[in-house]
Design a protein around this ligand. Structure first.
Ligand code: PEP
Length: 228
């Protein structure tokens, strides 16, 4: 079983969501398909796939205007939440410490966090990929419970660029070797229907996190089908 997780980021509306979910519900797959949607689209119909959020507060409740808590997500039947996506780290200055708190509170509320880690192009070019990933991982992962790690090189997100298979194996083996317990490891960054199967079958890879190509059935369905 592989995870195929879509991340809509700040895109989409009700009609687009319903049309994609009903298209996916027509596919038979042995894999776990999850769609991480913007907050406005998080409500609990059952299309036979799991729904995830893209962020969560590190607080239980209270005076945090604009934030959404893990218990609110749970109440809306949400099973997964992305934490530490590079968009959040970059545009909201999220630190490893904050990411860890978010992952921890998600687990406490019965939601599986998808913890994102990945190097910038400068870090890659200066030969620091392994040490950067290791540090992000060790500082971002929760102490206990079940979670998913997504290896997403920042420079590969939305750029059409992907690491070589060897670079991916090196990075995900680093993650595998540094996890206290085995957890699923995903790859994310410019996955499309032409490279999905190749990347999904790299050793240590348990699935894919897909941004742009998850927005429309014409691009997302061929990925789901190719990994069957
Ligand atoms: C992402 O934003 O998590 C992502 C992987 O995006 P894309 O597939 O568009 O590179």
């Amino acid at each position: 079983m592989k995870f195929i997780i879509g991340n809509w980021k700040m895109n989409g509306n009700m009609d687009e969501k319903e049309s994609l979910l009903s298209a996916i519900s027509g596919i038979k797959t042995k894999n776990k398909v999850v769609l991480c949607l913007p907050y406005t689209l998080l409500y609990g119909e059952n299309f036979g796939i799991s729904i995830g959020a893209q962020d969560v507060s590190n607080h239980d409740k209270g005076s945090f205007t604009g934030d959404i808590s893990a218990s609110m997500l749970k109440d809306a039947n949400i099973q997964y939440v992305i934490v530490g996506h590079s968009d959040r780290r970059l545009y909201h200055n999220e630190t490893n410490e904050l990411v860890k708190e978010k992952a921890t509170i998600a687990i406490k509320n019965g939601i599986i966090p998808i913890v994102c880690v990945g190097e910038t192009i400068e870090e890659k070019n200066s030969g620091h990929t392994t040490s950067v990933i290791k540090k992000m991982l060790l500082e971002s992962i929760p102490k206990d419970g079940e979670y998913i790690i997504a290896y997403e090189p920042r420079w590969a997100i939305g750029s059409g660029l992907t690491p070589t298979n060897n670079e991916i194996v090196t990075a995900v083996k680093t993650i595998f070797d540094n996890l206290p317990n085995p957890m699923p490891i995903l790859y994310g960054g410019s996955v499309n229907q032409d490279n999905a199967l190749d990347i999904a079958t790299i050793p240590y890879i348990d699935g894919l996190l897909i941004g742009g190509a998850s927005l429309k059935s014409e691009t997302f369905l061929p990925i789901i089908k190719s990994i069957n």
